[in-house]
Design a protein around this ligand. Sequence first.
Ligand SMILES: [Zn+2]
Length: 457
Amino acid sequence: MLGILTCSFLSPILRAQAPLGVPEADERYKVDILLVVAHPDDEGAATPYLARAIDEGKRVAVAYGTRGSSGANEAGAEQATALGDIREIEARRANAVLGIDKVWFLGGKDTASQDVLESLANWGHGMALENLVRIVRLTRPEVILTFLPGTFIGEDHGDHQAAGVLATEAFDLAGDPATFPEQIAAPLRRLEPYLENLRPWQTKKIYYFPDADKEDIFRERGPKYSVREISKSAKLAYWRVALESFRRHETQAKGFIDSLAKMDEAQIEKMVMSDGFWGSGISFVLGKSLVGGSVKGDVFEGITPGAIPFTRPDTAPPPTKPEVSVELAGPWNYYAEFRREHGLTHLPHPEPPEIAQQAGGTFVIPLWLGNQTSESREFTLSANLPPGWSPHAGPLKFTVGPKQVGAARIEVNLPALSDPAPKNPEPQEISVHAEANGRAIGDVKIRVELRKKSLPE
Ligand SMILES: [Zn+2]
């Protein structure tokens, strides 16, 4: 109390003598790269590249969507929120190996689902986005690196996709002074505790890393970095620096970490480089560049110091739909809109759409039935399935009123896997045939790969 009284008493006199300078943004928090991922240990998708970038003088910050509290624990008995407390520390220690100390958590909750919409709902989409926009304005990154938003076989975690969605939204919004304006506003009174006095910041480039099994659609879509060069600072190969960082995630990989202790360097290299880990290098997919540069050029190609103006995304117009239509709903429909909304229609995505599902379960195909005519329409849906797969019910009938869109679903009983399970399983195609008032209006296709285990769709 005494201190406050003294200050407020003195400040008018000080101001009268010499005007106070306007404080600048804190340079200590300015970074070149902001990595946005979902869980502690996800940073491993980029650490060999980050180690290289840090060697080249780049500054890095990391934002995690969740604290990983619903993961497994190989190191101790702790679960749930207590496990999240541990994993937050593991993430900080893993980043510290690379010299990264700017590490933030967006406050989302782990979500055991492949559906990005469930993750966004469970994270508290608005709050998590507000937190991430704040971190972008605080750290003013030149480049954002994040998961590629999309449903792919192999990318079976909606949380990873949610990190990519939020990072894209923050890329497009943090430069807009009308977005979360309370972060931009300056306090007018001393000790005014709500307004944040940040500045809008337009990040220059966003790159994605896909987590899909098959890489063909991502090839040649961005830069690729070898992990074998020797780090100048650590005197180790970049993959080895990344492995040293990963070793901090004891709760997630104690068995693996213990096995490393029993190997010599040559054995470790053989395992890590052949394990689908980092052996093929680190590849990125260029999402957007507001400063030019080539698709496969270096991440920092075209980037010069200083702020650039806020740029609204190049939104693509919605496709024209026939008067009566059928389309895949759920995350697939969302991602089509997401790509149009954020100027990312070039982002690779499988056609037809695909997903991995647990064998022996039920797969639900969500559909939108559109009727722009002025009369009701009766839709009939039937599924064309691979041998051994069976529909939950026969042909399904739905009535959709005039100028309405109806939500429909088809359920498919998935067979058990053959024993032994096929080594290189191929996705099977499901096709849904739709008719309206007896006339064919279209077929919706989706490819499904059966797995021993997978998160629910
Ligand atoms: Zn993860």
